[in-house]
Design a protein around this ligand. Structure first.
Ligand SMILES: [Zn+2]
Length: 184
């Protein structure tokens, strides 16, 4: 697996994990990715007040709990975002043994650090939900955010972002994300 996990290798990392768990068609089966690649236990709940999806650690594993009473695209985005926190151990709720710490050498202030981690998590989620490799296979020339949203089961916003990111080289992904000020 491509480590250390950094924005420059998100595309490669996600291509590898999708290969590993045999997910090669949109919409990306997040449940399969979570269970197979991250050893998560997947639980669907009808109502979780305001929560769309959350990962709760229990012993050495995590429970991915998805609120089926929320819109599918938002649940998927939230879950994919939480996967990033889970695998990088960057969320206070999430503790798991034996994982790499990211950005430990960064000298940024705490608030900057948090904003950066959130941007990374959103970038990771966008790439996981609309993987570059699948975009290339499914859309050869012309496509709209609406088409991408439909095929990948994401919101129009995420679809548009995925389209915009296509032409950005790996090493510029996070910078682009910050520049356009993406928030979901
Ligand atoms: Zn987050």
């Amino acid at each position: 697996m491509a480590l250390p996990l950094q924005p420059e290798n998100f595309r490669e990392y996600i291509r590898e994990i999708l290969d590993e768990c045999g997910v090669n068609q949109p919409p990306v089966d997040l449940r399969r990715v979570g269970e197979y690649c991250f050893d998560l236990i997947y639980v669907e709940k009808f109502s979780l007040s305001e929560v769309e999806a959350i990962i709760l650690p229990y012993r050495n594993r995590g429970y991915a709990i998805v609120n089926t009473n929320q819109t599918e695209s938002h649940c998927r985005l939230t879950l994919a975002h939480q996967y990033y926190h889970f695998i990088t151990d960057d969320h206070p709720l999430v503790r798991r043994e034996g994982k790499v710490r990211l950005w430990s050498s960064r000298q940024t202030g705490q608030r900057d650090e948090k904003a950066r981690i959130e941007a990374e998590a959103n970038l990771f989620a966008t790439e996981l939900l609309v993987p570059t490799v699948m975009m290339e296979e499914h859309f050869h020339a012309r496509y709209s955010a609406r088409d991408v949203a439909y095929v990948f089961h994401v919101s129009r916003d995420v679809a548009q972002l995925a389209i915009d990111l296509r032409t950005i080289p790996d090493r510029r992904l996070l910078e682009f994300f910050f520049r356009v000020g993406v928030t979901f």
